[in-house]
Design a protein around this ligand. Structure first.
Ligand SMILES: [Zn+2]
Length: 82
């Protein structure tokens, strides 16, 4: 629950011009700084593209965020797409 609050804060800081609910499932690439994270508890990586094979297996929501925000969630760079 606390992590969810951190995530919300990070989204507000990194994409202040976007409503948070529109920042979730992204089908187009916006900025080079954005990475994609599967919000599953079992997910350990962030991805440079939302078309990565590692994300295709994700049955949870995929969110875009800054690399910094993803690392604050405890994610590391995906070995397949980085
Ligand atoms: Zn990947």
């Amino acid at each position: 629950m606390f992590k969810a609050l951190l995530l919300a804060g990070s989204l507000l800081l990194t994409s202040a011009s976007l409503p948070a609910r529109l920042a979730a499932p992204v089908t187009h690439r916006t900025t080079t700084a954005a990475v994609y994270v599967c919000m599953s508890k079992g997910s350990v990586a962030y991805h440079s593209t939302n078309e990565c094979a590692g994300l295709n297996r994700c049955s949870h929501e995929v969110q875009s965020m800054s690399t910094t925000a993803a690392e604050e969630l405890g994610k590391r760079a995906c070995l397949k797409c980085f």
